[in-house]
Every structure is written in structure tokens, then in C-alpha cells.
Design a protein around this ligand. Sequence first.
Ligand code: GDP
Ligand code: MN
Length: 382
Amino acid sequence: MDLFEYQGKQLFAEYGLAVPSGEVADTPEQAKAAAEAIGGTVVVKAQVQVGGRGKAGGIKLAATADEAFTEADAILGMDIKGHTVKRLWIEAASDIKKEYYASVTFDRSAKKPLVMLSAMGGMDIEAVAEEHPEALARLHVDPLIGFQPHHGRWLIYHAGIDEPAQKGVLDALTKAYEAFIGLEATLIEINPLIWTADDRVVALDAKVSIDNNALFRHPDLAALKESVTDDEQERMAHERGVTYVKLDGDVGIMGNGAGIVMSSLDVVALAGGKPANFLDAGGGSNAEAVATALEVLLSDPKVKSLMINIFGGITRCDEVAEGLLTALDTLGATLPIVVRLDGTAAEAGRAIIAERAPANVVVEPTMLSAAQRAVELAKEAS
Ligand code: GDP
Ligand code: MN
């Protein structure tokens, strides 16, 4: 789960990492009020889960509260790399002497947390790693020993951090590591971590990803889940408890189990189509689960045809077919739907669809033929 910058900064503050004071604003009026409360020059920052907001025009300095209003008005609703800006973070402007980069991530191949530090912050860190690999100091930390001051000193020395900022950077790294462990994060990235004109070290940006599998241990973080999924279908799927991942094609896919859905993605690609999503209605999918899943898929305007791929094991295909008919009755879908049913009670299931389903629903005998048909129908529809 990726958090917004303002959420990350609020967590940083809880771990004692220095961040500029700020407030959330959803309207220009709120931005103005926040700027008045903060006082002095503020920065108006678009809250979208994508980097490079600065370059895209999503970060602006405002010297007065009225300017904050104007900038907020311009940034709200802006599209930044496909993400619409719905929320702003207004914070006290910082006087920057230098921008550094710091991160803690999990290196799966080394089975250890990896701490990285660079004196070349602010810019795209992938470019730094590529063009100036020596400028990015990297150190693995034994999770049982934890992050020690000597780790910090090694990183600071190798990254070439300026002397007056060294103590502050050491402190920031220590707290970032504590946050990484405490939040069960998979990533804590601070770009830039700044050295200010008055020699403080402050986190000016925050990228925090939390391990979804650890969320049950962090009810306060789990509660943020709703606020961070900005895709409507993803939110619906989450509320309904189905596994859903949005993709960028137009053939909607539903199956009962992760394996069959993965295979469906492959055959749709093989048939020359592009899957619109990954939707696993669950291994023991009953009629209700199918209806729920269908509702999520049909709400996506990008979906031009559907492929429903069910292999009956515990699930009975006749029950799935009944569920499908009920769901179609209530949802009233008109787009083409291709159904492939196999396994337990498949004959009965196919018969139900053939006899009673609306004309837009067709049955195909195999996975490949179902995919081919769904791809053709999506092409015809677009
Ligand atoms: P990103 O572009 O999405 O990574 O957003 P950041 O929060 O990292 O901001 C991008 C850049 O805006 C920073 O690297 C700074 O150069 C600049 N910036 C952000 N906040 C301030 C501020 O308070 N004062 C000044 N002078 N520049 C800022
Ligand atoms: Mn940044």
C-alpha cells in the first residue's frame, strides 16, 4: 500500500523525523486558510502517488495566502501522469542549502534491509544510479543487529554529505530505519532530504509503502487503505473483498482462482487482445461471489467485452451460471460476455446459459476459444 506524501510525513513526525509543518487542503479556500495559519511563504503540493510532481507543475511556492489560493485553484484537478489531483498539502516553505537522497528498502535477494544515501538528491534517483553510481552509497543492514551509528557514518562518508549536515543526516537515517521497521514498510524514501540554511536536516518529500500482509498488525494504517486507492474499481473490489488489479486493456477477465485468472490473461494476450484487469472471484466462488465480481467489472467504462473463465471444483458450474443470470438481471449488462465453464456440473451450467441467458452472453467450450471470441468482440465494440 503506497501512502500519499502528507500521510508519510505525518508518520515521519511520529518517529521524530523533522518535517516542515503543514496542513491538508481539498479546496482553494482551505489552502488559503492553511497558508494563513502557517504564516509566511508556503509550498502548495499536489498529493498524487507519482513522482516528478515538481516538474509537472504540481508544486508551487506561494508568498501570500491569496497566492496560495490561486496556486491551489490551478493545481486541484490537474492531471499528473494520469493521476487527478484531489488533495493538496500546504506546508511552510524551506530555505534549501542542499538536497540529499535517503531511502530504506527491502532487498529480497540479500534478505536484508538496504539503506541508501546520496548527496545528489532532488532529482531522479534512477538517473543518479545509472550515471553516477559512485554517488549513491548503499549498505545492507542485518535485521537482527539493526541500524547502528557506524552504518550511518559509513554511508555519510561514502555519500560525501557536507560536514555541517552530518549529524542531522545520521539522526534522519536512524529514524527512517526505525520507521521502516516499526511501520513494517517495504519502502521509506526521502527525496529530497534537505540541509537547510539554518543547518537543520529535514524530510521535504515522503514516499512510504506499507507491506499489505502486515496491515492486520497496524489497524491505524489499514484504516488509510480507503483513502489511498484512488481507482473506483479497486475501491469497490476492496470493499467487496475480491482480488482485483486494474490493467490497461479492454477485455475484462474474471475467474475463480489466481491460477486460472493468470492463464486467462495469457490466452487473451495470445489471442491478440489486452486484458483490462485481473479479477479473482475466489476459489470457492458461489453465485454471490460471481455477481459481486461482475458488478466491479461492469462499472469500468474501459471494459469492452468480458471473459468469464470458471473451472468447477468445489464450485458447481450450474450454480455459477445461475448466479450469473441473477447478476445480469439486476445489473442489466449489454456488453458482450463470453463464458467458459468446465469441471463440476459444467454441462448443466452451459445448458442454463444457452437456454436462459440474454443474447449478449455466449458460451465457448475451451479457454482459448473463449479468449479469441472475447478479443474479437472487444475489437468490434471499440
Ligand atoms: P516530487 O517532484 O514529486 O519528487 O516532489 P518533491 O516534494 O520532492 O519536490 C520537488 C522539488 O521542489 C524539490 O526537490 C525542491 O527542489 C522543490 N521544493 C519543494 N518544497 C520546497 C520548499 O519548501 N522550498 C523550496 N525552495 N523548494 C522546494
Ligand atoms: Mn521528491
